[in-house]
Design a protein around this ligand. Sequence first.
Ligand code: GTP
Ligand code: MG
Length: 228
Amino acid sequence: MTSPMRPKNKNILLKVVILGDGGVGKSCLMNRFMSNQFDENSFHTIGVEFLNKDIEIDNDKYTLQCWDTAGQERFKALRTPFYRGSDICLLTYAVNDRDSFKGLKHWREEFIKYADVDGDSFPFIVVGNKNDVSASEREIGPDEVLAWCQEFHVVSFIETSAKTSENVSAAFIMAVREWKKCERNTDLTDGGDAIDLTRTVQLDSRSKSSCCSGNRNSQLRQTHEVLQ
Ligand code: GTP
Ligand code: MG
């Protein structure tokens, strides 16, 4: 259903922030989603970097502006200023790293504080990456994660592999659908007239993609994908 206030065929810009401990695979998830590539030797991110992708989901057109952040604690001051204005937050851990799962609580709290959002109604998605690892390497199973999600009122959880690409697009699509559900709820409570039309924009593809970024590939790229 298209909002009555949104012009048809216009892109909806959504800012998606990817958070999680250093090494869980945030940059690899983003690169798999953006350009279907995987880097075995991905370096730690310094600061933040964003890339845009145009995507069609359920007959609506979106530009997902995905912000990849540095998970290492020493880069906290570089990443937190970029949380404001986010529409969706992916809370990421690696299924073979229990500490990174424990870190989700901290990431959720950090995001709520610096994005200044209501944690109970914001569209958080929990992403368990590296699900390609062997059963003996796995440290976290879905049951534990689902219990965590219930405790913190997170509705969506998905396991992914940036290495094999399993569920990577699905995670972003799930995130957008979760955002849409939240938007619908806001529509209903606001009588349907509170859509922020300033968020429906066309992006300038010449603009810079990164701030304080230590990644090599810092040019903004726009890719196009139509999902059935
Ligand atoms: P920071 O930038 O420090 O926050 O780390 P990050 O979360 O961005 O991790 P990054 O994407 O750089 O990946 C860290 C390491 O995990 C790299 O060696 C990747 O090759 C590896 N990796 C990422 N995703 C996967 C995955 O799905 N499966 C496996 N097996 N390895 C992965
Ligand atoms: Mg990174």
